[in-house]
Design a protein around this ligand. Structure first.
Ligand SMILES: [Zn+2]
Ligand SMILES: [Zn+2]
Ligand SMILES: [Zn+2]
Length: 284
């Protein structure tokens, strides 16, 4: 059997999940009533015998079950916001009692873990081996997998934030669940347009921050900035001859893209870009 690196989408919602705690909106009520659920964004990357998990949410059990019986060998953390990290304690001795998992994170993320007594234990008892990464420094994992962290601006209260460029033998993916605005991100990566950035990264697949559809979706949206999908669409235009496939992820419960019958969903489908689905697999 040939070696095939693949990435599997384990969650597509914003940090709170859907249904969202304390929310009784139509979407959350529909999800609750019909026993449907969406987990916070997380990605599994299977490379031979290795299983890399990008971000770890409280729905770890539900998410790992989407990948047949493999042990997590490596964890990669994008940043310290709740839904991206609140599941790491599940690897500790109260639950899984794992040992020797490589924990790839930036210096500020490792500092946050070291300075949080409950999480520090996970390093002291050997559950995790901290592996510090630096922005724009590629890490060659195997012949068929290379991961490059790319720093992006995102309300860096406790930690900085990184996207990941994930290169397999055949395809390259960019995983970008959270950033504040296109203007700030493009400035940070010194690019003029979104397409120019994607071309420079030579990416085939982008999993892109689609938290909010529009800028007035949430009363306190200014406190939790993300580029609205409408802004991304304006910058991207419709899909034409570009090789890149863009899948939106990280949906807030308020996002009309969670309703398959909404006009907004139709608009994405018409654009040629896509709405990601839990369980979807990409060969890399
Ligand atoms: Zn998030
Ligand atoms: Zn809701
Ligand atoms: Zn965040």
């Amino acid at each position: 059997m040939g070696h095939s690196t693949r990435a599997k989408i384990l969650g597509i919602s914003q940090d709170g999940g859907v249904p969202h705690p304390g929310c009784y909106c139509k979407t959350c009520e529909t999800y609750a009533r019909t026993n449907m659920q969406l987990s916070p964004t997380s990605l599994g990357i299977i490379d031979g015998e290795q299983l890399h998990l990008i971000d770890v949410s409280r729905d770890l059990d539900r998410q790992l079950r989407k990948i047949a019986a493999k042990e997590v060998t490596d964890i990669w953390l994008t940043h310290g916001h709740l839904g991206h990290i609140d599941g790491i304690g599940l690897f500790g001795k109260e639950v899984m009692n794992s040992k020797g998992i490589n924990l790839h994170a930036s210096q500020s993320m490792i500092d946050l873990i070291q300075n949080s007594p409950k999480w520090k234990n996970l390093i002291d008892d050997g559950t995790f081996i901290p592996c510090e990464f630096k922005s724009n420094e590629p890490i060659q994992i195997s012949d068929t997998l290379r991961i490059t962290p790319i720093q992006v601006p995102h309300r860096d209260e406790l930690t900085d934030t990184h996207a990941f460029k994930i290169e397999g033998a055949k395809k390259t993916m960019l995983h970008l669940p959270d950033h504040d605005s296109w203007d700030e991100t493009l400035e940070m990566v010194s690019m003029k347009t979104v397409h120019e950035w994607f071309i420079s990264l030579n990416v085939d697949i982008v999993l892109l921050d689609g938290t909010f559809w529009s800028k007035n979706e949430l009363g306190r949206q200014n406190d939790v900035p993300h580029p609205p999908v409408l802004d991304s669409l304006k910058r991207l235009g419709n899909k034409k001859s570009q090789k890149v496939e863009i899948y939106f992820i990280h949906f807030n419960h308020t996002n009309p893209l969670l309703n398959p019958k909404s006009d907004e969903t139709k608009r994405i489908n018409d654009s040629g870009w896509k709405i990601s689905k839990e369980g979807e697999v990409f060969l890399l």
